[in-house]
Ligand binder design. Structure first.
Ligand SMILES: [Zn+2]
Ligand SMILES: [Zn+2]
Ligand SMILES: [Zn+2]
Length: 331
């Protein structure tokens, strides 16, 4: 593909998302939980990205999924992230800072109360899961060269905090007080607004530079579990069935659908559970409808990305769903 055509496609991807998701009205999905009558939607989670760290279309890839996303920008996906809104306080909390943070910031800002927004915007806090490129490198835009934020709280594990504090360029953000790195303890609930509290859960992953967290996010009425990266449900020291049962909505690691999409890889080296296996473990909860379960952090190779494919049909037939950029859940 010629460079000009490619750039046009990329720009179209962002523009398409803008048109679709910045229109003010959340898209309606089968799994979207509607409001209780009379309850204002002022505490909510917006899904602002659902792709694995490399995004979709993926860099330098022209596989059938990436080609489809290049042709149809509405099928492109930003890198996995959530925005938490407490619109009563007009506060926003970001979960992970991705390389797509510039476009994702537009999605967040557009959803806030326009009467209360100012010319410069940054979130009131950021929760980080871990130190893989799709989850924290967006922090670079908060530094001196770009937004130059002032003491933006970044909540993370002790190891992640040490990583940010001791390694450039992140240490410059800490040194110049663009960010305040705050250590959180797994298993200890804390509040980020008067209506939203967070419980960090440690999960096993490829922990080279930092360990890895998932988050249970609780609002006044509902709660949501977010685990975009985990090595394997079976080696976790918690029961995924119990953790999913505790919440109303779960967004879980759906990087790969099945071994079929990775014919040349040694399966023991795959650092994520397959959607096929997760569906087996969680089928009873999904069928009961008690918890709405969505798969996120989708790799560009994921067989479920084909909207008309068998993998997608199987997911939906079994009462699961794929997370989509722009989805909203009230808490
Ligand atoms: Zn990741
Ligand atoms: Zn691809
Ligand atoms: Zn990771």
């Amino acid at each position: 593909m010629r460079r000009r055509t490619f750039l046009h496609s990329c720009f179209g991807a962002v523009a398409g998302l803008k048109a679709e998701f910045l229109s003010g009205k959340p898209k309606s999905y089968p799994g979207h939980i509607s409001e209780k009558p009379g309850q204002a939607e002022n505490v909510l989670v917006k899904v602002i990205g659902t792709a694995q760290d490399g995004g979709i279309p993926h860099i330098g890839c022209f596989c059938s999924n990436c080609q489809r996303a290049l042709k149809k920008p509405q099928l492109s996906r930003f890198i996995s992230s959530l925005a938490l809104f407490d619109l009563t306080e007009n506060k926003t909390i970001l979960v992970d800072a991705t390389p797509d943070i510039r476009a994702q910031t537009m999605m967040i800002r557009e959803r806030m109360n326009p009467k209360k927004t100012t010319n410069r915007y940054w979130p009131d806090g950021i929760l980080l899961t871990h130190a893989h490129i799709g989850h924290y490198t967006g922090l670079m835009f908060y530094g001196y060269e770009a937004l130059s934020t002032d003491r933006l709280p970044v909540y993370c594990s002790k190891r992640m905090n040490d990583f940010l504090t001791q390694n450039g360029p992140w240490s410059q953000l800490v040194g110049q007080k663009n960010i305040l790195a705050k250590t959180i303890s797994p298993g200890k609930r804390f509040s980020v607004t008067s209506q939203i509290s967070i419980l960090a859960l440690q999960v096993p992953h490829r922990d080279e530079y930092s360990d890895t967290l998932g988050f249970q996010i609780k609002g006044p009425n509902r709660s949501l579990l977010y685990i975009p990266d985990i090595r394997n449900w079976k080696i976790w020291d918690r029961s995924v069935v119990e953790e999913v049962q505790k919440v109303d909505i779960a967004l879980l690691d759906g990087t790969f659908f099945s071994p079929e999409e990775l014919p040349s890889r040694d399966l023991s080296s795959i650092g994520h559970p397959f959607i096929l296996d997760s569906m087996k473990i969680l089928s009873e909860i999904a069928q009961s409808g008690k918890t709405q379960i969505f798969f996120t952090h989708l790799n560009h190779s994921n067989l479920a990305l084909d909207p008309d494919g068998d993998a997608r049909k199987m997911i939906e037939k079994n009462a699961f769903a794929l997370a989509e950029d722009g989805m909203e859940f009230s808490l």
